[in-house]
Write a protein that binds this ligand. Structure first.
Ligand code: AMP
Length: 231
């Protein structure tokens, strides 16, 4: 696997593991499409669609949105991506029913997932990160509080109009606890699903962003992982 063409990846890890950050870096590096199921839901929410309204209560509680809603939304989106672009799924599949649905949808196209990257972070670190996490409302870039002022930045540095920075409703203490337990019960079996298929690669996530990125590139077999520049 040496380039972006047609590569199909899954990023798995608990909320706060850094999947979104790593996905953004991988997108820049490999040119694959980033498909985040959470972002798709938030897009529906902010556009006030029927699907968004159906998903809202589950999301606010930190529970999984039912498969009947989620699977169709993500598979439809994947279907729209040109074959040559390849894709990287982030936040999907989150249970084995979703993993099976993805596998059979890809099989129908004569395709399969090439690699599953599992970013590992311990619970106490996840809680610390999530309670300190802010995101840009337009591009979803993550931010944290300034270590000196204790405040998050007011505007996004990436968005031309300086997107609004906010804390997600599901990053409250109660919702975070729920999301971690949902992850253990429902998403952890997805790791076994992919391990049995020989696709799973574990990457320790409690390190600087660049170090995690290098490890991700290495497990993907990208040749010059050590020399990768983020500029
Ligand atoms: P995320 O941004 O990935 O943390 O997702 C935010 C919320 O969206 C989750 O807590 C769920 O309520 C919902 N969600 C995202 N992806 C899925 C999925 N694959 N299955 C069910 N619910 C999901």
């Amino acid at each position: 696997m040496t380039g972006g063409s047609g590569v199909r990846l899954v990023l798995v890890g608990p909320p706060g593991a850094g999947k979104g950050t790593q996905a953004q870096l991988l997108k820049e590096r490999l040119g694959v499409e980033h498909v985040s199921s959470g972002d798709l839901f938030r897009h529906h929410l902010s556009n006030g669609t029927e699907l968004g309204e159906l998903a809202r209560a589950y999301m606010d509680r930190g529970e999984l949105v039912p498969d009947e809603i989620t699977i169709g939304m993500v598979i439809d989106h994947v279907d729209q991506i040109a074959d040559a672009a390849g894709f990287m799924l982030d936040g999907f599949p989150r249970n084995t029913t979703q993993a099976e649905a993805l596998e059979s949808a890809l099989q129908q196209r004569g395709q399969r997932i090439d690699r599953v990257v599992h970013i590992q972070v311990a619970d106490d670190e996840l809680i610390r990160r999530l309670s300190n996490r802010y995101v840009c409302r337009s591009c979803q870039r993550p931010y944290s509080r300034d270590s000196v002022t204790g405040a998050p930045p007011a505007r996004c540095v990436d968005c031309p109009d300086g997107g609004d920075i906010y804390q997600r409703d599901d990053d409250t203490e109660e919702a975070v606890a729920n999301r971690l337990s949902v992850y253990q019960q429902e998403t952890a079996p997805v790791l076994e699903f992919y391990r049995q298929r020989g696709l799973l690669a574990d990457v320790p996530g409690e390190r600087p962003i660049d170090a995690v990125h290098d490890s991700v590139l290495r497990v993907l077999g990208v040749a010059d992982a050590g020399a990768v520049s983020r500029s």
